[in-house]
Design a protein around this ligand. Sequence first.
Ligand SMILES: [Zn+2]
Length: 70
Amino acid sequence: MTAPTASRRHRWTRRDAYNATCTECGTHAQKRPSPYGRRWFTEWRLPDGTYTDNYDGGKTPPCIGPEVTA
Ligand SMILES: [Zn+2]
């Protein structure tokens, strides 16, 4: 069995309807309503403190796992 390293799945723990945290890497995901339309997008706060989102159709950032947390 080969371990997939390119696209690990996050292990989400739901905190409420809009927030979830990955127990593997610490990435926090928050569902946010678009200010310009009736749709939602997801914003992620990565373990290094940077933010990214899929407002423009971006993909979920890969799970980097717990081994990176020094
Ligand atoms: Zn993760």
